[in-house]
Design a protein around this ligand. Structure first.
Ligand code: GLN
Length: 497
């Protein structure tokens, strides 16, 4: 195999080449670097890359470890020692991490090489990566469209073969939605399954770190390395971590999959609907039974999410005060002027909007009416899932109601942007696990000029199928997603870059 073909490999295939010593970790870094230099000017997925540190680490790595010699791209909200960690924000523009997050320590212990930090919506607030204060990332399938968000940099890099795999974070959909829009696999682990020590907090009752990869198996490999209890994160669960590879290859006979009637909403793109319908038939042909279920409080998901996530964000982001980290306003008149101008200069519009909303929701006159009520409805949403899971093993739905939208299309309308997560954020509210796996390609008018026969060229845009599982039932959603993926091959479709 020629070196320039290496970046297209899955993690599993790359790791077996490394283990057989057919390629060295240093050669992998070099091949990846060449690929990144080639595609990065088109998609802008990375905020910083340290090839030198990566090459040094690669030279020392034990290729017999499960991820030995595999470079992994990291969303720029997870601390990697010595690297920048901007969270896509001006307020952290000059910050460097003094330590490794637990997930990074664990990936390194499994032999992975974290080599670069990826673009994101500022503090993970957004669904398109357009809220990054640094730059816009483009969808590798169509450069006039968004990669989704907020983990859009990691998703675009994996889709463009400029990363073998990446880490993202998912508070309301930020791993699954960009995975869906970029035609790759993305996993939101159950709340508490993966440590958040060293993750910059957005909404602490919702945030989880998870993988973005080309295949389901690759996500299982990363989860094997990363999941588990961490004494440094009191919300992490102590239940033992199963081997997530163990169910891969098992069939779906007897598996009951729930289809929530509330998810077939108006406004869902007809091509998304038809791809998901076809996926359901495919799952049936693999032995699964499709069962109607109801999640009656689904309609409240977006509202509840935006009460709670903004409330938590307003508290979490109080620490960016210009004293302890990052940007500091020049020549303040007094302390209040120092805080006020530091935050005015450092935060972008969406982050400010969230802090204002969250502060309002928590303010003494409105706390009961908004925050406490939203907590109660969150419990009803959680119970919807508990009841549904009494009848079914997993729940299937589209990941996103639409394929990748155009850059700029939703930036002026925050509500339109918030609707991107309509199928994903109830999973975070309930604390359950979910995966998005490619299930088709939509055809839309491309950006290119008419071709010689005078007809408009068509862009192909990926569609994702979401599979939600009970808390700590990751092994089962991996099994279902893998069986589906292997029987269809949608994961093999690649953008033409
Ligand atoms: N789009 C949602 C938001 O803006 C979810 C973001 C996320 O999961 N980090 O809050």
């Amino acid at each position: 195999m020629s070196r320039s073909d290496l970046p297209a490999l899955t993690i599993a295939d790359l790791q077996s080449l490394l283990r057989r010593k057919e390629v060295s970790p240093r050669e992998v870094i070099d091949a990846l670097r060449a690929r990144i230099e080639n595609v990065e000017p088109k998609i802008d997925a990375y905020l910083s890359i340290d090839f030198q540190a990566a090459a040094k680490e690669a030279d020392k790595v034990d290729v017999d470890l499960p991820l030995g010699g595999v470079p992994i791209a990291i969303k720029d909200i997870i601390n990697v020692k010595g690297q920048p960690c901007t969270c896509g924000s001006k307020i952290l523009a000059n910050y460097r991490s003094p330590y490794d997050a637990t997930v990074i320590q664990k990936l390194r212990a499994a032999g992975a090489v974290p080599f670069g930090k990826t673009n994101m919506d500022e503090f993970a607030m957004g669904s398109s990566t357009e809220n990054s204060s640094v730059k816009v990332t483009r969808n590798p399938w169509d450069m006039s469209r968004v990669p989704g968000g907020s983990s859009g940099g990691s998703a675009a890099a994996v889709a463009a073969d400029s990363a073998f795999g990446g880490l993202g974070t998912d508070t309301g959909g930020s791993i699954r939605q960009p995975a869906s829009l970029c035609g790759i696999v993305g996993v939101k682990p159950s709340y508490g399954r993966v440590s958040r020590f060293g993750l910059v907090a957005f909404a602490s009752s919702l945030d989880q770190v998870g993988p973005l990869t080309k295949t389901v198996r690759d996500s299982a490999l990363i989860m094997n390395a990363m999941a588990g209890h961490d004494p440094q994160d009191s919300t992490s669960l102590s239940e033992p971590v199963p081997d997530y590879k163990k169910n891969l290859g098992r069939d779906l006979k007897g598996m009951r999959l729930g289809l929530p009637k509330e998810y077939m909403i108006e406004g869902i793109d007809p091509q998304v609907k038809s791809a998901v319908d076809t996926a359901l038939k495919q799952l049936q042909s693999l032995g699964a039974e499709i069962v109607d279920v109801s999640l009656p409080h689904t309609d409240y998901g977006i509202a509840v999410y935006y009460f709670l996530a903004t409330a938590e964000a307003s508290a979490n982001l109080a620490r960016f005060d210009g004293v302890r980290y990052g940007h500091r306003a020049k020549d303040p008149k007094d302390l209040l002027d120092h805080y006020g101008r530091t935050r005015e200069e450092g935060f972008g519009a969406e982050v400010k909007r969230r802090i204002i909303l969250g502060t309002y929701v928590l303010s003494s006159g409105y706390y009961d009416a908004y925050y406490v009520r939203a907590q109660k409805v969150r419990e009803l949403i959680r119970q919807d899932f508990v009841k549904a899971f009494e009848k079914v093993d997993a729940i299937v739905s589209p990941t996103s109601p639409v394929p990748a939208f155009k850059l700029g299309e939703r930036t002026a309308d925050p509500l339109a942007m918030y609707l991107a997560d309509i199928f994903t954020n109830t999973g975070n509210l309930a604390g359950i696990c979910g995966i998005s796996v490619p299930c088709g390609l939509a055809k839309v008018n491309g950006n290119q000029p008419r071709n010689d026969r005078g007809s408009r060229t068509l862009s192909e845009l990926p569609i994702g199928l979401q599979i939600l599982g009970k808390s700590l039932d990751e092994a089962r959603i991996f099994q279902i997603a893998h069986a589906y993926e292997q029987s269809t091959g949608w994961h093999e479709a690649r953008p033409k870059l």
